[in-house]
Design a protein around this ligand. Structure first.
Ligand code: PBG
Length: 324
């Protein structure tokens, strides 16, 4: 009988040795929970394709944020759905906009909750695109001015960090300049640096009511086939002054996360997006998989690939599973 000389199984024998040689430890500190805020009072609209997630009015959002905070999740990222949308997404740049009021309400009641705002226009425009339309497409440089106005209102409301997601060229530099010119030198920018034109955003567009009314986002979001272009996007954002760079989606793009880690020493965030969440939820509902096991495996894999921070709709559940 052949007997091997090398036996890696020795270090897998029991949980004691396994935990000693474990390379990646997922903790609640790694997680950021995305939340959706709407106008009204007492509103809690379930998002069908994302069980356990809701569109919440500010009063109920506060309650939910308290729960998130009590679970030890350090941060939330906030998406706003305004009552009225228009061509320029005016609610997004108003001090009285839905997100601005929500941020203020959260910070007033829970100053210790770290609040990140998504900076984009697709939830606020009637056409559903991520900026101002000119000649049938999103006009980059007009949108940069609008982004500058948007972040200032977020900062004035008390946001701790801003996260531009529109994939406009020069957005990080434009936002840094707007923040600095208005005295917000200490607010960091987490840039959605490599954001792909992905089918995995489907459920989010129901949640945020942000589906484009014509065409798609391929003229600004990246082609899923490209990797070197992602590295170029990341280099540009680092150069423009980003504090954290993000790869999105996460699961089909673990190679991008890993390569991003190799080219920058900035923290890397990865967005475990809505479609990735919904697929696990759906399979779990059919009893085809063990939900907690699969969800934690996915989050651990994203961290193993190189993510320092993970935006995930599983943040609350994961906190419970990790603490329990
Ligand atoms: C754009 C934005 C999107 C997501 C986050 N920010 C959607 C899009 O580009 O259409 C998707 C997040 C998810 O799918 O969970 N503001």
């Amino acid at each position: 009988m052949f007997t091997p000389y090398y036996r890696p199984r020795r270090l897998r024998k029991n949980e004691d040795i396994r935990r000693m040689v474990r390379e990646t430890i997922l903790t609640v500190n790694d997680l950021i929970y995305p939340m959706f805020v709407v106008e009204g009072k007492g509103v809690k609209n379930p998002i069908n394709s994302m069980p356990g997630n809701y569109q919440l009015s500010i009063d109920l959002l506060i309650k939910e944020v308290k729960e998130v905070h009590n679970l030890g999740v350090p941060a939330i990222i906030l998406f706003g759905i305004p009552k009225t949308k228009d061509a320029l997404g005016s609610d997004a740049t108003s001090d009285d906009g839905i997100v601005q009021r929500a941020v203020k309400a959260i910070k007033d009641t829970m100053p210790n909750m770290y609040v990140i705002t998504d900076v984009c226009f697709c939830e606020y425009t009637d056409h559903g695109h991520c900026g101002a339309i000119k000649n049938g497409t999103v006009d980059n440089d007009t949108t940069l001015d609008m982004l500058g106005q948007q972040v200032i209102t977020h900062a004035r409301a008390g946001a701790d960090m801003v996260a531009p997601s529109g994939m406009m060229d020069g957005m990080v530099a434009a936002i840094r300049e707007a923040l600095d010119d208005n005295g917000f030198i200490d607010i960091p920018i987490m840039s959605y640096a490599a954001k792909y034109a992905s089918g995995f955003y489907g459920p989010f567009r129901e949640a945020a009511e942000s589906a484009p009314q014509f065409g798609d986002r391929r003229a600004y979001q990246m082609d899923p086939a490209n990797a070197r272009e992602a590295l170029y996007e990341i280099e540009l954002d680092v150069d423009e002054g980003a504090d954290i760079i993000m790869v999105k989606p996460a699961l089909s793009y673990l190679d991008i996360i890993s390569r991003a880690k190799a080219i920058t020493n900035l923290p890397i965030a990865a967005y475990n997006v809505s479609g990735e969440f919904s697929m696990v939820k759906a399979a779990a509902k059919l009893d085809w998989i063990d939900e907690a096991k699969v969800a934690l495996e996915i989050l651990t894999s994203i961290k193993r690939a190189g993510a320092d921070l993970i935006l995930t709709y599983y943040a609350k559940d994961a906190a419970k599973w990790l603490n329990g």
